[in-house]
Design a protein around this ligand. Structure first.
Ligand code: ATP
Length: 330
């Protein structure tokens, strides 16, 4: 782990959630009838590629009532002061296959949390649990709890679409819409009716995604004509345009060349000053370079160790983690 990373760990700004008891940071709803951006996922075992599509959704939740949920904890009171996401005994099954086993994890607000581990250990499944993307997989079933600002997102009254506005996602394969660069970024704003000052918001998102200098003069051109690395930064701009609090990234650089990868890594570190970033990566050097916290998952969907990144890479508690980090298996 580099001194640079250690320095960043020391200087990381932590902000405690400031919501009043009884208030939820995301909306709940009982009915929706909206043209939403959503994601269709292939339900084949182990496949993490996705194709983002637009579709009309008209759906009613099963709760049928208008009351706020009865949670076993007061809203807005995370158990750990700076935790924004808390998993409690979280299990995920695909049919009879258990992909996650009793996961307990407190993800701090802001900064980068990396999820690492060998193929098939459940990293992507855990990531998708955080914004209920597993709901889109027919055979997926979740048990246990996952709190976002103290609210269990698996309560019946939580609208997953509203949740995903707060917890955005960027996928392994860049998936811009077949639209102009401008419209790709403006899309979510328009769907959410946040299209006042849309030009300024699109510009700001492209700036934050470190793409504006490269595309300023071609905003009307297709997003599909950009390079892979640019497309991925466009997808990041699209994800942040609507101002989420958390950005989930599933191996966002694995399909990119080293130069594009380095730009994405710089961008992730930059974004983490403002957002909570949770990133799945196969690349341990990448995890060491850019993350503040690292979670190591091992076979069977177990979270074996979760700690500060320098501790995981320099002095892990678990021998299995040490063997994995030093390349003895995986
Ligand atoms: N849609 C699905 N249907 C059935 N089983 C699935 C599905 N997605 C994942 N699995 C299974 O769940 C387990 C965990 O998969 P997951 O993709 O979460 O692991 P991963 O650690 O992200 O793997 P990789 O690093 O290879 O992407 C695996 O056994 C996988 O085969």
């Amino acid at each position: 782990m580099s001194d640079e990373t250690t320095g960043r760990l020391g200087g990381l700004k932590r902000t405690v959630a400031t919501i009043a008891p009884g208030e939820s940071r995301f909306e709940t709803s009982n009915t929706r009838d909206a043209n939403v951006e959503t994601t269709d996922m292939t339900a084949e075992a182990g496949q993490s590629d996705v194709a983002t599509t637009e579709r009309n959704e008209t759906e009613s939740s099963s709760s049928g009532g208008v009351e706020m949920p009865t949670s076993d904890r007061p809203l807005g009171t995370p158990r750990v002061d700076d935790a924004v996401i808390e998993a409690r005994d979280l299990d995920v099954f695909y049919g009879d296959t258990q992909a996650l086993n009793e996961i307990n994890m407190d993800i701090p607000e802001q900064g980068v949390t990396a999820l690492i581990g060998p193929s098939g250990c459940g990293k992507s499944t855990f990531l998708r649990s955080i914004n209920r993307m597993n709901d889109l997989i027919d055979v997926a079933r979740v048990e246990g709890e996952l709190y976002f600002h103290g609210k269990n997102i698996y309560d019946d009254d939580v609208d997953p679409v509203a949740l995903r506005r707060k917890i955005g996602m960027v996928f392994q394969k860049p998936n811009p819409f077949p639209k102009s660069i401008f419209d790709n970024v403006a899309y979510g704003l328009r769907v959410q009716g946040k299209d006042d000052d849309v030009e300024e918001k699109v510009h700001t998102a492209l700036e934050r995604a470190a793409l504006i200098d490269e595309v300023e003069d071609q905003l009307d051109e297709s997003g599909l004509d950009l390079s892979g690395g640019q497309q991925q930064r466009l997808c990041i701009a699209r994800a942040i345009a609507t101002d989420p609090e958390v950005i989930l990234m599933d191996e966002p650089a694995s399909a990119l060349d080293p130069v594009a990868t380095s730009k994405i890594e710089d961008l992730v570190e930059e974004l983490a000053q403002e957002y909570t970033v949770v990133i799945v990566t196969h690349n341990m050097q990448q995890a060491a370079r850019i993350s503040d916290k690292t979670a190591v998952f091992l076979t069977g969907g177990h979270l074996v160790e979760f700690d500060d990144t320098n501790k995981i890479f320099e002095n892990p508690e678990s021998d299995r983690v040490e063997d994995y980090i030093t390349g003895k298996f995986g």
